[in-house]
Design a protein around this ligand. Structure first.
Ligand code: ARG
Length: 696
């Protein structure tokens, strides 16, 4: 495994080394603390160790360039081509011309990267010895944007590895490739996708995953010369494993450089690489990295939309840049920006772009028709199906845009390109039929998200905190006003409610609202009607006397007796008609012709004859019932409320009331901006609302 010619490396003396600024976590608290004599002694020791095995060349250090000792960051070279670094950090920019001159003077061809592609040289890019493969780090210092350019310059396969721990900010702090397809690395420094890229190429018996102790002592920051590994530190265990692979490990302390976040490898740049067979016999490599642009417009700053979009992109492991940023001049004007998104794979790209589309972004480079794939098995979507949002969606078919019908979230889009004009509709997975043509990917899809005005924000989900009394009163006032307006224009209001409405004494207020004609649809399960009828018959709700707030002897059976009576009558309606039920929410529904749908669940007693226990049928009945509703009041019900939220298009106002902030937040996750969440007791809220609406 010894390379033929004596290797050459480049080092830079420590005359100006120090910690004078903080550009990585290791430097924190270390400004002015470097012992330069000690550093010099350690550097000389490293140099003499390396000199035994390699030819060490030296570049003159530049004044006021305390990090220039870390020559690994000069750039990356292969044969006679030198690609200088494009430092993300301005502190190190001054090194670039000095290194460039050194390489130019020695006849290297200097190939520069575009300015908007940050890249920090061999610190973030390691050729795999003996293979046409470049491991390239990104995410902290270097950007993934540089990777396709490196693929083209060197014609090698570039594997993009995302660094997720600021302490391992350069790839050479946590990854070290060895000949024969081996590698040593610290897994916690990478995201899942990167780990699987590594494991795909380096089989289990050829990789060593080092532990925290080794990693923190920069063990991976290692220089291999033939079969000798020179590093700052390696624990017993690791040394033994490396010995078993035929390596001699030589630890030479460079801990003074750890104060600046560097060690042995950072202090050297390899002047030769061995990528195996003749480069001319290599196939042409193309980069899997893709870049797309999306346009965003709206109150991007006021609402933090731009931040959210960038966070989302970066958290997903993609590169992100902003172009053509133009803020509105006044607070009520829109900001425009183009977001440039760079992804290690096409699939990730689609996922992120479709998330961005939910935030209102429009893909720019995309004037192609949607990609349609035929369903080959009933109820099964093609892989990579587009999944819908609540917002109006257009699909590009034959060069024209078709507006989706039956808009709802979490559905697929079925296109009929044959009809004139072509049509598009949302369809549930289970309703897909063989031959349906389903939109896949995100090409040719446009989503129209609303843009909140700044003052609308007060009326959106207050996700996590309990609403104050004043706040509840105010919200109820606005709510009452909106409901009145909906009713005045002949609109419809639906209520989704859970049994807590009855337990908290809110039943009689809901009943008042129904009798006064404010509610058109009641969506619930088996429990609310059961306890409502129980209350009407026995004065208890789940055995509790609601007037006195105490348990009643034998009360635990009351709800079963209530169910039994309704079952005997045949249905709730028949029980009302036969005079078995004389008041309450369900009685009011029957008398006032309110459409009620009861969707069952696994915990139901009985059930009541009206409860639909076939959930597919129940979902369908809910969806039919909310058609044309302008508002849905969700009252202390989690599953039924979420189920309803899922089938409701944008433009329908959702009002979610629950005592548990978590439930309100869950509903808010649906992402509808025109909705409101109130964390309070539902009985209290209904009391206030009925007071406002029914007594006025
Ligand atoms: N202080 C330097 C920086 O943060 C250390 C560079 C270490 N070099 C390396 N190849 N990891 O840029």
């Amino acid at each position: 495994m010894t390379s033929p010619a004596k290797p050459r490396v480049l080092m830079c003396p420590t005359d100006h080394f120090g910690v004078e600024y903080v550009i990585n976590p290791w430097m924190q608290g270390q400004i002015g603390r470097v012992d330069r004599d000690r550093a010099a002694r350690q550097w000389n020791q490293l140099r003499s160790t390396l000199s035994e095995l390699a030819e060490v060349e030296v570049i003159d250090p530049g004044e006021r360039l305390p990090d220039m000792v870390f020559t690994a960051n000069a750039g990356l070279l292969l044969d006679d081509v030198f690609v200088p670094s494009n430092f993300r950090v301005p502190e190190r920019d001054g090194e670039v011309p000095l290194f460039n001159r050194w390489f130019a003077d020695r006849g290297y061809k200097i190939v520069e990267l575009p300015r908007d592609q940050p890249f920090e040289g061999e610190g973030d890019a390691l050729f795999h010895p003996g293979q046409p493969l470049l491991w390239a780090g990104y995410g902290v210092r270097s950007g993934i944007e540089a990777h396709p350019t490196l693929t083209d310059i060197f014609n090698v396969e570039v594997v993009s590895l995302r660094l997720v721990d600021q302490r391992f900010y350069h790839l050479d702090t946590c990854f070290y490739p060895l000949p024969d397809g081996r590698a040593v690395y610290f897994p916690a420094a990478f995201d899942e996708r990167s780990l699987s890229e590594i494991r795909k190429r380096v089989p289990a018996d050829k990789r060593i995953e080092v532990g925290e102790d080794d990693a923190m002592h920069f063990t991976c920051n290692c220089v291999r010369l033939g079969d000798t590994l020179v590093t700052n530190y390696a624990g017993q265990d690791l040394q033994q494993r490396l010995n078993a692979w035929g390596y001699t490990v030589r630890c030479t302390t460079v801990d003074e450089f750890l104060l600046a976040g560097g060690a042995a490898k950072c202090l050297t740049l390899l002047l030769q690489q061995d990528l195996g067979p003749d480069p001319k016999s290599r196939p042409k490599f193309t980069s899997p990295v893709r870049t797309r642009r999306v346009q965003m417009a709206g109150h991007l700053l006021d609402h933090g939309t731009l931040n959210k979009a960038m966070d989302l992109t970066i958290d997903a492991g993609l590169g992100c840049g902003v172009e053509n940023f133009s803020p509105g001049e006044r607070s009520d004007q829109h900001t425009r920006a183009t977001l440039r998104v760079t992804s290690p794979s096409a699939e990730r790209m689609d996922d992120v772009i479709s998330e961005l589309m939910k935030m209102g972004a429009q893909p720019l480079d995309d004037l192609a028709d949607a990609e349609l794939v035929e369903v080959v098995k009933d109820g099964v979507a093609p892989d990579d199906f587009y999944s819908t949002t609540i917002y109006p969606t257009d699909i590009r078919v034959g060069g024209n845009w078709a507006r989706c019908t039956a808009q709802r979230m979490d559905a697929m889009v079925v296109v009929d390109p044959g009809s004139t004009p072509p049509t598009a509709r949302c369809a549930l997975m289970r309703d897909l039929k063989v031959g349906d043509r389903v939109v896949t990917g995100i090409t040719g899809v446009r989503v129209k998200t609303p843009d909140l005005r700044r003052d609308d924000e007060a009326f959106s989900f207050m996700s996590s905190s309990v609403s104050s009394e004043r706040r509840v009163e105010q919200t109820v006032e606005t709510l009452a006003w909106e409901i009145k307006r909906i009713k005045q224009r002949g609109g419809k209001v639906a209520v989704v409610a859970g049994p807590v409405v009855v337990h908290t004494g809110g039943g009689r207020h809901l009943e008042r609202l129904i009798r006064a004609g404010f509610i058109d649809v009641l969506l619930t399960g088996n429990a609310l009607p059961t306890h409502d009828i129980e209350l009407n018959l026995y004065g208890t709700s789940l055995g509790m006397d609601l007037k006195r707030g105490i348990g009643v002897h034998g009360g635990h059976k009351h709800h079963l007796k209530a169910i039994n009576l309704v079952r005997r009558a045949g249905s709730i309606k028949q029980a009302v008609e036969q005079g078995v039920i004389t008041g309450g929410v369900m009685h009011a529904c029957v008398e006032h012709d309110v459409n009620y749908v009861l969707a069952g669940s696994i915990r139901d007693d009985g059930p009541l004859p009206d409860t639909e226990m076939d959930l597919v049928k129940a979902q369908h009945a809910y969806a039919e019932a909310i058609k044309g509703c302008d508002m849905v009041l969700m009252l202390s019900s989690m599953l039924h409320a979420i189920g309803t939220g899922n089938m409701t298009p944008a433009g329908v106002k959702l009002v979610c009331v629950d005592i548990s902030p978590a439930v309100v937040t869950k509903l808010a996750d649906r992402g509808s901006v025109e909705s409101v969440g109130i964390v309070t007791d539902v009985g209290l809220l209904l009391n206030l609302l009925a007071g406002r609406l029914c007594e006025a």
